[in-house]
Design a protein around this ligand. Structure first.
Ligand code: IMP
Ligand code: MG
Length: 179
């Protein structure tokens, strides 16, 4: 698995330090708000579980699963819900937890979808952001790290469902997905 990585972009220690930082910010911003943290499956699951343990205020969790890239590395822009959240979010403060924002089309879709259920507020926490790849204007409230236009894997992020269990974020060798 490690041989398929050309470079470690964010180390395990850097990730863990950033997660603590984001957890402190959220604990501060949401004291008394009893937020619902919504994890976008499957990529955000490792980030989300670490993040909620670094948050010191009461919260609820939920999960949303969308159709993915397939085995390609480009977003189709067409999104389908595979598993909806169970919570009633009306009047609640929700925080969407994403692994990475690339074109931003997925996030836009999710925000519009949740908007229809009238939450009190919606904020976004993304571990990684690729600002150069955005195809729509977005506000990401909490960002872990900005990355370039490379395809990255690890710490939940996959290529063809592989590499999610790497404890760091690495750049996947192009020869792996250009085969
Ligand atoms: P977007 O709709 O283009 O913003 O794509 C968002 C989704 O595509 C993310 O939630 C990831 O699941 C996936 N994705 C985008 N870029 C990468 C990457 O570099 N590595 C792994 N998954 C990615
Ligand atoms: Mg995702």
């Amino acid at each position: 698995m490690k041989n398929d990585i050309s470079k470690i972009l964010v180390s395990e220690a850097e990730i863990q330090a950033k997660v603590q930082e984001l957890g402190s910010l959220i604990s501060h911003d949401y004291s008394e708000k009893y937020p619902i943290i919504i994890c976008i499956l499957k990529g955000a699951v490792l980030f989300m579980t670490d993040l909620i343990m670094s948050i010191s205020i009461p919260l609820e969790i939920d999960f949303l699963s969308l159709s993915s890239y397939g085995d390609s590395t480009k977003s189709s822009g067409v999104v389908k819900i595979k598993k909806d959240i169970d919570s009633d979010i009306q009047g609640r403060h929700i925080i969407i937890v994403e692994d990475i924002v690339d074109s931003g089309l997925t996030l836009k879709y999710i925000q519009n979808y949740f908007d229809q259920h009238h939450p009190a507020s919606i904020k976004v926490c993304a571990l990684l952001d690729k600002p150069a790849a955005h195809k729509t204007d977005l506000k990401i409230d909490y960002i872990g790290f900005e990355v370039g236009n490379e395809f990255v894997v690890g710490y939940g992020l996959d290529y063809a469902q592989k590499y999610r269990n790497l404890p760091y974020i690495g750049i996947l060798k192009e020869e792996i997905y250009r085969k």
